[in-house]
Design a protein around this ligand. Structure first.
Ligand SMILES: C[S@@+](CC[C@H](N)C(=O)[O-])C[C@H]1O[C@@H](n2cnc3c(N)ncnc32)[C@H](O)[C@@H]1O
Length: 178
């Protein structure tokens, strides 16, 4: 990608650039036709997925991020993109098939586990999870992350394979074989 001023600034932050590159690589390898992501915020994962392939992306976030809309339009990717401003629990109401899913929403255990379980019915081939090794997973705090715990349980329960990329704060790649 040729970074505009916004991405130049984002990519000055090493973990952000690593996150973009890692999600880009996984998405490209997946050759996705239909992708779904939870968590839009700074337009990093959204742009990585869109730029890595030629399929469609549905992004779900409980908040509206105008900057992400602007970035997607600036790069001319809007025809392959839908933005749903909803709680991620809305996945329960959605149908269809998504071969690539990227989860980066609420990082607390119950939410991550619910997002993972709700993803199953879409029969994804790959699920990307950000912050698998983020230090907040290992610290006692009010908003403690439960990404690692939820992913480890999910992988075990479904007999899937997990690769953890040691990039940014640890990016999980769950390979789903049925
Ligand atoms: C870490 S940020 C996502 C960063 C984004 N993936 C990126 O690369 O720029 C987490 C996002 O999850 C969203 N979020 C948190 N809880 C959510 C929920 N229950 N349903 C939907 N979105 C949620 C927040 O609004 C926020 O945009």
């Amino acid at each position: 990608m040729k970074p505009n001023d916004y991405y130049k600034e984002q990519f000055d932050h090493k973990p952000t650039k690593e996150m973009y590159d890692c999600i880009f690589d996984i998405s490209k390898r997946s050759g996705y036709k239909n992708a779904l992501e939870i968590g839009v915020a700074w337009a990093i994962s959204t742009m990585a997925i869109l730029q890595a392939g030629s399929g469609k992306l549905l992004s779900v976030d409980k908040s509206l991020y105008q900057n992400t809309i602007d970035q997607v339009h600036e790069y001319g990717l809007q025809d392959r993109w839908t933005y749903l401003v909803r709680e991620s629990s809305c996945l329960k109401e959605l149908g269809g098939q998504y071969d690539l899913i990227c989860i980066d929403g609420d990082h607390r255990y119950e939410y991550v586990k619910e997002d993972l379980n709700n993803s199953l019915k879409f029969k994804p081939k790959v699920i990307i999870i950000d912050d698998y090794n983020h230090r907040y997973n290992f610290e006692e705090r009010e908003d403690q992350y439960g990404v690692k715990k939820a992913v480890d349980e999910f992988v075990k329960e479904n007999n899937f394979k997990l690769i953890v990329h040691k990039k940014a704060n640890g990016i999980g790649e769950v390979k789903c074989e049925y």
